[in-house]
Ligand binder design. Structure first.
Ligand code: SF4
Length: 345
């Protein structure tokens, strides 16, 4: 049995054709799922009973459980329990241009970035397409409004779960499902070069962000082990290829870590590294956590770093801070839950 929220529209059309039914039934079923938000297939009134029984033999309505929400003015953090008892989190952020949800793509993560709470736990498994779609559905139910933007930037490396993530994008983009415009979807990778090249041929106009966080291999090797497998030159070459194929501007995320990657020298190096790329640099003040020793760069350091990039005529912003009052950086809701559990074991 397959989670129906993980089935693309095209696959559903093929399914109905295989039952000798009209493929238009996919349209009806998507409406019941994403518009009427049914809780049981029996609520469907415009598909004949025998066909409903067939659907019930092949699919089920996934139901990840919302087990905790932390709310702040501009951000909500959600903790979900999956069918196998694992947990993932998602974050809702309110912007002046809409609401965005940051979804997780894996339980745990094998990339081991030193500053990342999620990286402390090895990958347990990939999330299914349905589990990713459900994160958005549950959040829309909670806030009773439409999510307008999606970033695949929560727990996990999306390119380490390529097939599911790309199908998830197809599902949420479809006009009969959540209808999230492809330009409103951003995938963030830590730099798996071959997948960046493959993604250049994914036929949806989604945005790509690279978690860079260091302007040279020596430093990046220390804080992002993936850099040993795919050093900067390889990643930048792949991004150039991606840009040539898609003509889409790339975003570089750069977490500002006190006395680690925030000197004027590193700002200059960063400009040199990205000079030839049509890109956008996003400086992110680090959200400190109890479990990791890194500290957030001082405000003056962030501004000095920003000024250097600006003077090099590059596009740069400092990310508005979200969620530092609640559980801060990715992975922390789950960690808190685990701490909580320790009291009961
Ligand atoms: S930053 Fe992203 S890729 Fe790196 S360990 Fe954390 S979740 Fe994984």
């Amino acid at each position: 049995m397959e989670n129906i929220y993980g089935v693309t529209y095209e696959k559903l059309e093929e399914y109905f054709l295989s039952l000798n039914e009209k493929k238009f039934k996919a349209n009806q079923l998507y409406t019941w799922l994403y518009d009427k938000k049914i809780k049981s297939f029996d609520e469907i009134t415009d598909i004949k009973k025998p066909v409903i029984e067939k659907i019930k033999e092949s699919f089920y309505l996934g139901d990840i459980k919302l087990v905790n929400v932390e709310r702040d003015k501009l951000v909500n953090k959600y903790l979900f329990e999956l069918e196998d008892g694992e947990h993932v989190e998602s974050v809702l952020m309110r912007h002046d241009y809409g609401t965005s949800v940051c979804v997780s793509s894996q339980v745990g993560c094998n990339m081991g970035c030193k500053f990342c709470e999620s990286g402390r736990r090895k990958k347990v498994r990939n999330l299914t397409k349905g589990e990713m779609t459900e994160q958005i559905l549950k959040i829309e139910n909670d806030i009773n409004e439409k999510v307008t933007h999606v970033v695949i930037m929560g727990i996990g490396e999306p390119f380490d779960n390529y097939e599911n993530v790309t199908d998830f994008i197809k599902i949420i983009n479809h006009p009969k499902s959540l209808a999230i415009g492809s330009r409103h979807i951003t995938l963030s990778t830590c730099g798996i070069a071959p997948k960046i090249r493959e993604f250049a041929h994914f036929p949806y106009q989604v945005n790509l962000a690279l978690s860079l966080h260091a302007p040279n291999d020596e430093l990046r090797n220390k804080i992002m082990p993936i850099n040993k497998a795919y050093p900067l030159k390889e990643v930048i070459d792949a991004l150039k290829y991606y840009y040539n194929e898609t003509n889409r501007r790339i975003t570089f995320e750069y977490i500002m870590l006190d006395n680690i990657n925030d000197s004027a020298k590193e700002a200059q190096e960063l400009c040199k590294l990205l000079k030839e790329l049509n890109c956008y640099i996003n400086l992110i003040p680090y959200n400190e956590t109890n479990n990791i020793d890194f500290k957030r760069s001082k405000k003056e350091k962030i501004l000095e770093f920003y000024d250097i990039i600006k003077k090099n005529n590059m596009n740069v912003t400092i990310r508005k801070e979200f969620g530092s009052n609640i559980s801060a950086a990715c992975g922390q809701l789950r960690s808190k839950k685990e701490d909580l559990w320790k009291h009961f074991i």
